[in-house]
Design a protein around this ligand. Structure first.
Ligand SMILES: [Cu+2]
Length: 287
């Protein structure tokens, strides 16, 4: 008992001394508590204007094609203090040879339980081979005053097809993106997919209440499937589509999809058969 008590007293002291040491030896001027709010995340880039710096973070420290979960902090350049109350909007823009277009993106909201971190997502549906072509504008309002910060960004090509942009049989353009699993396991995975409609070059609303048939296959192994998959259904909770994805072994999988509207009209994709080994609508996954 004596030794246990000793640990209870000693441990906090040890932790405190470690924290103090690391802070004092760190020449970074960040408040340790604020630094902690983006722990485990990597800086993608800063968007800077005369008054503020918009700091963008994600797990990888880079933008990739497909779904990007993004954390944002807003720093006052004069005081180096992080702003806790601001409202945001953003506009990713891709300059193409003959036109420009935006991409699906969420609203930006305060991260739950955080003081200085805001979050949202952007789904880049394409990029140039050298990562060029995109810019990002972040508009924000503090105490009724509007500001904007903008710059060119680099969007790298993801190795696998984790996003697909296509024309449906209803002559509408859609974007389907893989969101989860991030770390696939052998067994049943929670598959999460985003479906957005390209209403025009700038507007990409979430498509609600459609459905997507799922048929995962391993092309490298006789195109075998797996048991106990379910089709993707829309969830009002997060505006995304969910299914059970069964992966029976590691390797390269093609998630064959068939996209249907509320009348069960097939808008894109075909069944996988002996003659047709892959749907024209699919996502890829490798682990
Ligand atoms: Cu483009």
């Amino acid at each position: 008992m004596k030794s246990i008590k000793f640990i209870y007293i000693l441990l906090p002291i040890l932790f405190l001394s470690v924290l103090t040491t690391s802070c004092s030896s760190d020449d970074d001027d960040d408040d340790p508590i604020i630094t902690n709010e983006v722990e485990g995340l990597s800086k993608i880039l800063d968007l800077t204007n005369a008054t503020h710096t918009v700091e963008l973070f994600n797990k990888e420290g880079d933008f990739y094609t497909g779904y990007n979960a993004i954390s944002i902090r807003l720093k006052d350049n004069a005081t180096d203090a992080y702003i806790e109350d601001a409202s945001f909007s953003w506009m990713p823009m891709m300059q193409m040879p003959t036109m420009q277009h935006s991409s699906p993106r969420s609203a930006i909201i305060k991260a739950s339980g955080k003081n200085t971190v805001f979050e949202g997502y952007i789904i880049y549906q394409m990029t140039n081979t050298d990562g060029s072509g995109w810019s990002l504008t972040v508009n924000y309002t503090i105490d009724g005053v509007d500001y904007t910060a903008s710059d060119a960004i680099t969007v790298r090509q993801n190795d696998n097809q984790n996003v697909t942009s296509f024309m449906g049989s209803d002559d509408s353009r859609y974007i389907i993106s893989l969101i989860k699993p991030n770390n696939p396991i052998i067994g049943i995975n929670d598959l999460m997919v985003g479906v957005h409609k390209m209403e025009n070059m700038m507007t990409f609303p979430v498509v609600e209440n459609y459905s997507i048939a799922l048929d995962p296959r391993m092309p490298g192994m006789g195109n075998h499937s797996s048991p106990n998959n379910t089709d993707l259904n829309y969830s009002m909770v997060d505006d995304m589509y969910h299914a059970d994805l069964s992966l029976t072994m590691t390797g390269y999988w093609v998630l064959n999809l068939k996209f249907m509207n509320t009348n069960d009209d097939v808008l894109k994709g075909e069944n996988v058969t002996d003659e047709n080994t892959q749907s024209s609508l699919y996502l890829e996954l490798e682990f």
